[in-house]
Design a protein around this ligand. Structure first.
Ligand code: FAQ
Length: 336
């Protein structure tokens, strides 16, 4: 079991809601002072309801992304080209499942059960990352997910290790370590393919053409259209804006693409001497919102696969509960 203080708030010990407006103002001032001093907010601390809801929204969406994110690569486990690649891919996909579980645990400390979160995902109410609604058409897509999707995920998630909410920040430290391995294995797999036949190189280029733009969109809408950013920054949940992270990702990835020998599919991509950053072309935000709103290439398939897996696993949950009840009854009998 994950043990970095990801326990649920105990109602007996949880801080009482402030009794009077003066108490409420005091609790708010204490919370603000903690945020300003860069101290962590922990599950039993008083927190504004909007802070709790924002965290729950972001952490549960993040957890769902990890779980749904197992599917595009999972499709290739049975078709990996060698035992070594299969072992790596199995380990990676399992890691993503683990990330989902730490994150559900972190979200549970905010007072919502995992069952409620899973129900929100399965009914289509909850969001998960747009990127996992794109198909994995070739083996090169698996490497591309490691290189670009995990690369983008690390860029976005390293700053979350400094999130003001303790359980989320601590979960992210461990997750980022594993994501680094994921990014490296993807790059290495693509490097091997790029040293292969012309057909293999063409397959990698085709995958880069398809993943580049959706990966840039994955960082979220432009800052000017990001309703949650300003407050998220004030609360120390978000440390670097969507556009700033996207820019850092482009600047870090261009030299890697050169080493690989892959052309990034953007004629406007070029170094801007004045800004000391790359310029890049316009992102298709209409496509992004269509995917976020359920109309991407694989949204329906992904959700249906998740729901089926959950239903197929009902007997495991029933068996675990029956076993726990049996053990509890035995312990009670022995204590009597
Ligand atoms: N997809 O105001 P903002 C991974 C929504 S994990 C779908 O900017 P915020 C590991 C957003 O939720 C990938 N929806 O929102 C892996 C909001 O909607 P709402 C996931 C998106 O929260 C690798 C609305 O748009 N990572 O890859 C997306 O301040 C390989 C307005 O947006 C995380 O979740 C999107 N891409 O910033 C696994 C990291 N972007 O809720 C397997 C944590 C935005 O108001 C294989 N999350 N939206 O209805 C975050 O850092 C933030 O939540 C952002 C969005 C940056 C994603």
């Amino acid at each position: 079991m994950y043990t970095q203080a990801l326990d649920l708030p105990d109602p007996q010990q949880a801080q009482e809601a402030p009794a009077s407006p003066a108490d409420a103002a005091g609790a708010q001032a204490q919370f603000d002072a903690k945020i300003d001093a860069e101290r962590k907010i922990e599950p039993r601390d008083w927190m504004p309801e909007a802070y709790r809801r924002t965290l729950l929204r972001q952490i549960s969406q993040h957890a769902h992304s990890e779980i749904v994110g197992m599917l595009p690569e999972g499709n290739w486990i049975s078709r990996a080209p060698s035992l070594k690649r299969k072992a790596i891919l199995l380990a990676k996909v399992q890691d993503e499942g683990g990330h989902g579980l730490y994150l559900y645990s972190a979200a549970e400390t905010l007072g919502t059960s995992r069952d409620q979160m899973v129900e929100a995902l399965h009914s289509g109410k909850a969001k998960y990352s747009s990127i996992f609604n794109y198909p994995t058409l070739s083996w090169a897509d698996v490497g591309m997910i490691g290189w670009l999707v995990d690369g983008a995920a690390i860029m976005n998630q390293v700053p979350i290790c400094r999130c003001s909410y303790g359980p989320y920040a601590r979960a992210m430290i461990r997750i980022c370590k594993e994501e680094s391995f994921h990014q490296r294995q993807g790059f290495e797999s693509l490097m091997v393919q790029m040293q292969g036949t012309p057909a293999q190189r063409a397959m990698v280029q085709d995958a880069a053409n398809r993943w580049w733009w959706p990966v840039l969109a994955m960082f979220g809408p432009p800052d000017a259209d990001s309703p949650n950013s300003a407050q998220g920054m004030r609360w120390g949940i978000k440390r670097i804006s969507n556009d700033a992270l996207r820019q850092k990702f482009v600047d870090a990835t261009v030299p890697q693409a050169k080493i690989l020998g892959v052309t990034l599919p953007d004629p406007e991509l070029q170094w801007n001497e004045e800004r000391q950053q790359h310029d890049y072309g316009a992102i298709a935000w209409d496509e992004f919102w269509a995917v976020v709103n359920g109309n991407g290439p694989c949204n329906k398939e992904r959700l249906a696969t998740r729901v089926k897996a959950h239903e197929d696993g009902q007997w495991v949950r029933d068996a675990a509960l029956a076993h726990a009840r049996k053990q509890q009854a035995r312990a009670l009998k022995e204590a009597a």
